[in-house]
Write a protein that binds this ligand. Sequence first.
Ligand code: ATR
Length: 469
Amino acid sequence: ADTPLAQVGVIGLAVMGSNLARNFASRGHTVAVYNRTVAKTETFSADFGQDGTFVAAPTLEEFVAALERPRKVIIMVQAGAGTDAVIEQLIPLLEQDDIVVDGGNAHYEDTRRREAALREVGLHFVGAGISGGEEGALLGPSIMPGGSPESYAALGPLLEDISAKVDGEPCCAYMGTDGAGHFVKMVHNGIEYADMQFIAEAYDILTAAGMTAREISDVFRQWNIGDLDSYLIEITSEVLDQEVDGTPLVEVIMDQAEQKGTGRWTVQIALELGVPVNTIAESVFARSTSGHSALREASQGLTGPDRTISVDDRTALVDAVRAALWSSKVVAYAQGLDQIRTASAQYGWDVNISEVARIWRGGCIIRAKLLERIRQEYAGANLATLLAAPSVAADLGNSQDAWRHVVAVATGAGVPAPGFSAALAYYDTVRSERLPASLVQGLRDFFGAHTYQRIDKPGTFHTLWSGDR
Ligand code: ATR
């Protein structure tokens, strides 16, 4: 044949698929590409054909024939119906041991279903979470693949090759069987929601204290040097620095945050698993509240403080907000990792949390210096919670006064800080020796005879309450 067989194929040439294909090609791999609408394949060839070795296939049959075996097919089409449609067309064309990868943001239950169906017909299905946006896909994303260990042996080196690198290590690792990769990616997005909510609250509080967007941009630039060092802090500085016609752009952007659904999934599944992720939940609710125009409109007459924070020492407030942001961020990571740990036990994935932190250090949206520390904390220990890791607990202890101060000041001024407050409430709840859940149990026994247990003797108890008689 004139054209060499391709090591990998990409189906779907919208932005993410195109960039992923170009990424493979830029690292010397021959890449077969296919798109349902052939015109898009032609445009792709015209635009990027010179940048690497591509086999542009007009039909799925030609696409499959162009791949070396076992075939490695990466599906990058519209999640849901698009993915199912492509899989259905692929199955009759593939052969034993071929590997089908879904690189989209699939729900992990869909991935579990698809993996089982393809295993049934002798194929491997890999649900791979890919984070890093358009630029990550092109230059090096963080990749979270889940599927059979055999499929990772064949596919892993290719994915590791195109992933981001930190300290020479690829930001890609095998997460576990069936839905593990997409689950980890979903929680990554949940943590991303929380991270962004905390950043927004920090901005809101500093604004209430009289700082301009440009001044706050400088604060974030400073914060990015140090233990808050992260992609989201870095781009916050840039977003706040942007102006249109002399006005900060952030003051012109409509204040209604949208969402595509991975944050909502994270919370829905956390509820089912019984894992408290209140920081992520508050972040999802904060977005939906922002979009409830009628609710906000109807609430304009409610009274309260006028969102002014008077400060004698601005530097001290900035430092305190920094502490609140860092501490809340640690809580969000602790909650997300707890959710992964719980699901891993439930589904038998055996996810290595230290590896999760390792591959989130680069390429993905939540990449942050903190993740190296989390990687180390989990490397040697099977932590019940990140909060209990000795060095983390010590730093939270040192910052908690400032964190409380910020929540109190924001509350006093009528500036909502649902993320910071939720994180602090979680911190105080889990560290409490005794909780008022005892009273909740008492009430449940009163009206429903639900019984309770006692701290002073074993057994199950019910009281004959006076109200019962
Ligand atoms: P984006 O939001 O970046 O446009 P997307 O909607 O997630 O991306 O995915 C769009 C891609 O999915 C396109 O490649 C699209 O193919 P077309 O160019 O032919 O529209 C592909 N896609 C969507 N539904 C599909 C289906 N049922 N079968 C095959 N490909 C499909």
